[in-house]
Design a protein around this ligand. Structure first.
Ligand code: C5P
Length: 221
């Protein structure tokens, strides 16, 4: 089996940016599993499938084709059913819907095979909430990134603002805190570090410093 670096953590902990940099450094594939949940949420919103319509969501999940194009200098571009939807996936509306459908066990099961198929030679960097615990429990490397909710809200604010979105910091913080509670308290694949994960608080670290810590961790093993 090709090696996996599982990179888990809450919203805004820097997994996406760090994951792409690590994937480019290793020359490995990259899986943004949040984009899969956001992609399904966006599809559901655009087709008016409600968050409690489990059969409708599972059918959408089974018909969804998602491609993740890693960039050298920007966030990964996400293509769903042939259309680039990167910016649509980053809106709070899509994030909120994603976190409502993510607790549903049959939705998660429908998306599991899609995620495991991404484990291809020469290796995979997979970012999400349950990469090290459920999707790739046998991953060679497991890293869990954390940061305070305030810092994560500020990062998301800066990211959205730079893309021209009209955002409110206080509302973003509230939404991040609510999502943390939902992600950590759900019965199915809750957000938590794997027992054998390297836990890294990124609150006071730059992107380069976080990447250096992860590289040291990988090289030591
Ligand atoms: O990481 P991101 O914020 O893009 O994820 C969007 C939502 O998808 C999260 O709030 C979380 O509920 C869900 N998710 C998940 N499992 C993953 C990745 C994301 O439940 N592996």
């Amino acid at each position: 089996m090709p090696p996996v670096l599982a990179l888990d953590g809450p919203s805004g902990s820097g997994k996406g940016t760090i994951g792409q940099i690590c994937a480019l450094k290793f020359g490995w594939h990259y899986l943004d599993s949040g984009a899969i949940y956001r992609g399904l949420a966006w599809l559901a919103n655009s087709k008016s499938v409600a968050a409690d319509d489990v059969a409708g969501l599972v059918a959408l999940a089974e018909s969804m084709s998602l491609v993740c194009h890693v960039q050298t200098d920007d966030v990964a571009q996400i293509e769903i059913n042939g259309r680039i939807v990167t910016d649509d996936l980053r809106t709070e509306e899509t994030g909120e819907m994603a976190s409502k459908i993510a607790p549903l066990g049959s939705v998660r099961a429908a998306l599991l095979a899609m995620q495991r198929r991404c484990r291809r030679t020469p290796g995979l960097v997979a970012d999400g909430r349950d990469m090290g615990t459920v999707v790739f429990p046998d991953a060679e490397f497991k890293v869990f990134l954390t940061a305070s909710a305030e810092i994560r809200a500020q990062r998301r604010f800066d990211q959205l603002k730079s893309k021209g979105f009209d955002v409110n910091l206080a509302r973003l913080l509230e939404s991040i805190q609510a999502r943390d509670v939902r992600d950590s308290s759900r019965a199915e694949s809750p957000l938590k570090p794997a027992d054998d994960a390297y836990v890294l608080d990124t609150s006071a670290l730059s992107i380069d410093e976080v990447v250096a810590c992860i590289m040291d961790h990988v090289n030591q093993r």
